[in-house]
Ligand binder design. Structure first.
Ligand code: SF4
Length: 321
């Protein structure tokens, strides 16, 4: 229904105040990821299609932005984040062009499975910020985690992603979802990080499902997420978590507990860094003990060193009606 195409704005750590555009009817996707919070894909497809009138989409965004601004609020990005894969919309490039003409920055969150197509790469080039999904760099793991459409091949996709990254002038982010027992072994994470290094993304995000996924599964553990962070950080300059907290590692509130929780929601802190922070705040280690007892912080180890990170949020699975 076209009335539900524009929603928000919602606060986003990555994009500030983001107005969402859902340019795909539910749920059309080239993947059926095991962790998809929209459930299993009902319309698996790789062919691009016309879904909505692009001028009508633009009109609705314009109306909404006008209303938001009249209320003294702002929009930082209009973001294509959909009930499926946004690049399946054959009008995506045209929609981006029309929206950019309104002076609004455009973001697209894509699974990247169609970037082997030149027309898709051309459309994405028009955006200011693009996030691409890379959960795996090996075909077996990719099949298990993303459950792709039968016409897709990982090597072809990764070539398309590389070619896109080489020419994209905007901000490139990558997103890797970590799932226990599927893509959370050290070797696989190293291969993903090696691939991402070639892309030189502005930011590489490590994520876990924060809402009930399509299949019964468990997110990777804190131990693994810390290890993944260290492996990524050895090869990439900017790595952050997306683990369900809107942490901000860069804004100090002056309150040591809040600062610790926001930093460790974004990346793990070495024990020495925690000690230094407590020293500066003229406070003791008992704060760490209390946060650990309250299940807000957890201690993990990597290569003999201690790290502290936010305890992962636990979602509760919906009970079927
Ligand atoms: S690519 Fe996104 S929308 Fe498609 S199945 Fe995976 S998580 Fe769901």
């Amino acid at each position: 229904m076209i009335s539900s195409i524009v929603y928000g704005p919602v606060p986003s750590r990555r994009l500030g105040r983001s107005l969402g555009i859902n340019n795909i009817p539910p749920k059309r996707c080239s993947y059926s990821c095991v962790y998809c919070q929209l459930g299993n894909t009902t319309n698996m497809q790789v062919e691009r299609e016309i879904y909505y009138d692009s001028l009508e989409i633009a009109r609705r965004v314009e109306e909404r932005v006008k209303h938001i601004r009249e209320n003294g609020e702002t929009v930082d990005y209009v973001t294509f984040v959909t009930d499926g894969e946004p690049t399946l919309d054959i009008n995506l490039g045209r929609e981006i062009e029309v929206l950019r003409a309104m002076g609004i920055k455009i973001a697209v969150i894509t699974n990247a499975s169609l970037t082997w197509r030149e027309d898709v790469r051309r459309d994405l080039q028009k955006a200011d910020w693009v996030s691409i999904k890379v959960d795996s760099a090996t075909p077996g793991v990719w099949s298990r985690i993303n459950r792709p459409h039968g016409a897709l091949r990982l090597d072809v996709i990764l070539e398309g992603v590389t070619s896109f990254a080489q020419t994209f002038k905007g901000i490139l982010a990558t997103e890797t979802m970590l799932i226990k027992g599927i893509n959370d072994d050290i070797g696989e994470m190293g291969q993903v990080a090696d691939f991402l290094k070639k892309l030189e993304p502005d930011m590489a995000y490590l994520a876990i499902p924060t809402r009930p996924p399509a299949e019964q599964l468990e997110p990777a553990t804190e131990q693994i997420i810390n290890a993944a962070y260290q492996i990524f950080a050895e090869r990439l300059s900017n790595v952050e978590y997306l683990i369900g907290y809107e942490g901000n590692a860069f804004a100090s509130t002056g309150n040591v507990v809040e600062d610790l929780l926001s930093i460790t929601a974004v990346h793990p802190m070495r024990e020495e860094a925690v000690i230094e922070m407590l020293r500066k705040a003229k406070t003791g280690w008992n704060i760490i003990e209390e946060l650990t007892e309250d299940d807000k912080l957890t201690e993990t180890e990597y290569q003999g060193k201690k790290f502290y990170m936010r305890k992962l949020p636990r979602y509760s699975r919906r009970v079927p009606e």
